[in-house]
Design a protein around this ligand. Structure first.
Ligand SMILES: [Zn+2]
Length: 311
C-alpha cells in the first residue's frame, strides 16, 4: 500500500530547494525527518525482474549542455519497481534501467550491511518521465536524462534526512561517517554490475568539500582499490563555464551521475574526474599510485588557503 508522500517530499526537499532557488551557501537545518518504509520487501531477484524488458535510452547530456536535447526514452519508474524505497517527489522518480537497477542493488546491500532500524534508502530526486529540464519547486540544471540521483545523508540515528550536516569545514556529529561511507562505497561497487565490461558505471558523485575532507582524513592512505575509487569519484567541485567551482549545495545530499549506459549511442558523457595517470600509461594502476589522484590534495590545498590559521 502506498501513501501520499507529498508532505514528506516538501519536508525532505526544503533544504535542497532553498539552496537551488536562492543560491544560499547553506541549508536551513530541517531536523531529522523520521522515514518509515512502506510496502512489502521483495528479494533482489524479484525486484530486478520487475524492470520492463524494454530498451530505454538516455539522450544528450545529463545537464542539458550536450549537442542533442536531453531526453529520457521509455523511462523506468523507481516506485513501480520497489515501493519500499522512499521517493520524495513522486513525479521525479524516473530513470534509465541502469539507474533504477543501481538504486535497487545499493538498497539491498545496505539492508544487509546497516543495522535493521536504518532506512535502506531515500531518493530525493531522479528525472521527469521523458527527461528534460526540471522547473518549478524542484528546479535543477541536471537530472535531465535519467542518469542522476540525489540522496539524503545517513544521520547519527541512522535514518536519512535533508538536514545540512556541514558548517564551514566542519562535518557535524550528526553525519554518520560509517553509514555514509558504506553507502558511498556501495554506489561505486554496485555500479560495476551495470556493465558487461566490469568497469565502474559511476561517473562522479558530488558532496561538499568538508565531507570529502573528513573522508580523506580517514581513508586517503587506505590502499584498498574500492576506497581509492570511491575517494576519486567523490568530487567537491565541478568544472563550470569559467573554471573550477567548489560546490555550495551538497551539504545535505549526495548527487550522483552515471556514465552513459552501454549501447545508448545518443547519450553524451560529461568529463568526470581525471583518469588515473599510471606511470606505464595504463589506466589500471596500483592503489598506492592512485592515492596521489584521489582528490585529497586539492581539498587540503583549498582548506589551507581558506583557513590558514588552522594550520
Ligand atoms: Zn542532483
Amino acid at each position: 500500500m502506498r501513501r501520499s508522500l507529498s508532505s514528506l517530499a516538501l519536508a525532505l526537499f526544503a533544504g535542497i530547494n532553498l539552496l537551488g532557488a536562492t543560491g544560499l551557501s547553506q541549508a536551513e537545518p530541517m531536523g531529522h525527518t523520521k522515514i518509515e518504509h512502506i510496502g512489502e520487501r521483495a528479494t533482489l531477484k524479484e525486484l530486478i525482474a520487475r524492470i520492463p524488458d524494454v530498451r530505454n535510452q538516455a539522450i544528450g547530456m545529463h545537464n542539458g549542455r550536450g549537442s542533442l536535447p536531453s531526453r529520457l526514452v521509455d523511462a523506468v519508474r523507481l516506485s513501480d519497481i520497489d515501493d519500499t524505497i522512499v521517493t520524495a517527489v513522486p513525479d521525479l522518480d524516473y530513470g534509465t534501467d541502469d539507474l533504477v537497477k543501481l538504486i535497487v542493488y545499493v538498497s539491498k546491500k545496505l539492508e544487509a550491511e546497516l543495522p535493521e532500524h536504518c532506512a535502506p534508502l531515500t531518493v530525493m530526486r531522479l528525472s521527469k518521465r521523458g527527461g528534460g529540464e526540471i522547473t518549478g519547486p524542484f528546479k535543477t540544471g541536471s537530472h535531465q536524462n535519467g542518469l542522476n540521483a540525489d540522496f539524503g545523508f545517513f544521520n547519527a540515528e541512522c535514518g536519512q534526512d535533508s538536514a545540512s550536516h556541514v558548517v564551514g569545514w566542519q562535518v557535524e556529529p550528526s553525519f554518520d561517517v560509517d553509514a555514509n561511507w558504506k553507502f558511498f562505497t556501495a554506489l561505486v561497487s554496485e555500479s560495476r554490475k551495470l556493465r558487461s565490461d566490469g568497469r565502474i558505471a559511476m561517473l562522479d558523485m558530488y558532496v561538499d568539500k568538508a565531507i570529502k575532507w573528513q573522508l580523506c582524513q580517514r581513508y586517503q592512505y587506505d590502499f584498498d582499490p574500492l576506497t581509492q575509487d570511491t575517494l576519486h569519484l567523490l568530487r567537491p567541485r565541478w568544472m563550470g563555464r569559467s573554471g573550477w567551482i567548489w560546490h555550495r549545495f551538497h551539504k545535505n545530499h549526495i548527487h550522483i551521475t552515471l556514465r552513459c549506459p552501454q549501447g545508448d549511442h545518443l547519450c553524451e558523457n560529461t568529463s568526470g574526474p581525471r583518469t588515473y595517470r599510471c606511470p606505464d600509461g595504463t589506466k589500471a594502476c596500483a592503489p598506492e599510485v592512485r592515492v596521489k589522484e584521489n582528490g585529497c590534495k586539492e581539498v587540503l590545498h583549498e582548506k589551507t588557503m581558506r583557513s590558514p590559521t588552522r594550520f
